[in-house]
Write a protein that binds this ligand. Sequence first.
Ligand code: MG
Length: 400
Amino acid sequence: MGNVVIRKVRAILTAPNNINLIVVKVETNEPELYGLGCATFAYRENAVKLMVEEYFSPLLEGRNVADIEDIWHLMNNNSYWRNGPVTNNAISGVDMALWDIKGKMANMPVYDLLGGKSRQGAAVYRHADGASLEQVLENVQKFIEQKVRHVRVQWGGYGGRADTLNKPDGASDGVYYDPDQYVNNTLKLFDYVRGKIGFDTELLHDCHERITGIEAVRLAKQLEPYRLFFLEDVLSPEQGEWLRMLRSQSCTPIALGELYNNPKEWDYLIANRLIDFIRVHVSQIGGITPARKLAVFCEQFGVRTAWHGPGDVSPVGHMANVHLDLVSHNFGIQEWAGVNETLHEVFPGSPQLKDGYVYANDRPGLGIDINEELAEKYPCKTQVTTWTQTRLPDGSINTP
Ligand code: MG
């Protein structure tokens, strides 16, 4: 194959699960050769599409697909201001697609290009919640029956019961929760579930950055007897410095980072061993290129990876996570929201889950495709995002 160059870059928007997904397709001057990457910023989908098609396509046209590192830095520097979520997702879409193309050209899966497998499958954690303790337990037991060894437990989703709160007159609409009630309920939940299932299954919990720094210290200490695999996003990115106090007082393992966009949000946490798991959203930091560097950086400090893997990641993004998981010696766990039948139809070759492990396939590149005709049948909806309008009992808005 001669000099293969980028012909066009475009964004495909689809919502087969009623969640907006954005996939970037990089087309080349070789008619059959293209790559796919995840650029899913589900709540600003049109902004990412515009960034990809109006700014990156003309910037990248005619450039050699081989030069992933140079193209990544070109995209990162081109708008002068860096590290924003819209730009980073657009960068990620192109970056993953270039790795996909490189794999296809080399006739190798991306995990082979990155150094080869450290493991055959990536262990996952699943999410069990419920309105009552019994319901949460029932959902945990379903996963145990499916041979899943790691389960994240939440009582009432991410913050407990809003219907019992006494709000001031005129309080705005929103997703209400009470941090005290949430912390107390979480402790009750762990006491109940551990009492029923013992310690053979690893339990996790996500705070979703909904408590204050000192509450985070207290919760981490009080959860110690239940031996969590990790406590997730106990603090917002803005409050990371509280981890110094938390670490000096608690041995509950800490996973942080699904909201990070900027390396300065994580480098000091890793270098000072203030976290145990890094769990960035790979498309939010700019794709496989920076994620692989981050994994290697973490390895030096004994920090493990736990890439964010919710429903608002496309199957292409899940596949990129799995390739990184298979390669990284310091892989910890993979969040797995699941890829249902509809998603498998739209994205042939999606990763497969079996007995608590998720697998890539051995096809060249990322090993995943998109059926564009079918994708068109599930248009994205642009609407006001409501779940992020989180409010405290007095009506003030809080991080979601
Ligand atoms: Mg989370």
